[in-house]
Write a protein that binds this ligand. Structure first.
Ligand code: MN
Length: 210
């Protein structure tokens, strides 16, 4: 069985004005769809075909050398975007961090504002395309960033970037995620993005991961 493009959990214009409908439509319908298609093409007829995507990515270093880069980039892209849509919600439906998540954020970073600063520093500081992450590692919260479509769960690769553990929140800082609306102003996109962070989902993932 091949992997499929998931439906967006809301309308393309549901995150406006933070993320415009055109960006959302292209990002989901073109970029994400291409990762899905190319991943399926790469694994077709190999031992990886039909395996759960997460399992493949956790052992991406073991993928056959001929398709390893394609699996890493396109499988990572499919996995990351699947989560990214769930990490956002329309205004009014985002909820707030659970009491236990709020406590863990305070313990790890000092306050919610300091956490946002630390996360934004990773997102701004990621040179070129990549992602910023909030992870649960060894029971504690950490922020980090990876290049391209790499993910902290990728065996060896996330760790190489100083990332590991279970990502419970991630921000796409590829230009395709923000350029139509924010042009070169990545910090403005990062700042605005907090308004659509789905804390209900982040809290659920934290409860599962800790
Ligand atoms: Mn993207």
């Amino acid at each position: 069985m091949s992997i499929a493009l998931p439906k967006l959990p809301y309308a393309e214009n549901a995150l406006e004005p933070v993320i415009d409908a055109q960006t959302m439509g292209l990002h989901h319908g073109k970029h994400h769809n291409t990762y899905v298609t190319k991943y399926n093409e790469a694994v077709q007829g190999t031992a990886l075909e039909g395996k759960p995507l997460r399992e493949v990515l956790e052992k991406v270093g073991d993928a056959p050398e001929k398709i390893r880069t394609a699996v890493r980039n396109n499988g990572g892209g499919a996995f990351n975007h699947d989560l990214f849509w769930q990490w956002m919600a329309p205004k009014g439906q985002t909820g707030t961090p659970s009491a236990e998540l709020a406590k863990a954020i305070d313990e790890a970073f000092g306050s919610m504002d300091k956490f946002k600063e630390a996360f934004a520093a990773k997102a701004t500081g990621q040179f070129g395309s990549g992602w910023a992450w909030l992870c649960v590692k060894g029971g504690k919260l950490e922020v980090c960033s990876t290049a391209n479509q790499d993910n902290p769960i990728m065996g060896g690769i996330g760790a190489a970037a100083g990332c590991g553990g279970e990502p419970i929140l991630g921000l796409d800082v590829w230009e395709h995620a923000y350029y139509l609306n924010y042009q070169n102003k990545r910090p403005d996109y990062i700042k605005a993005w907090w308004d659509v962070v789905n804390w209900n989902k982040v809290s659920e993932l934290y409860a599962n991961a800790k």
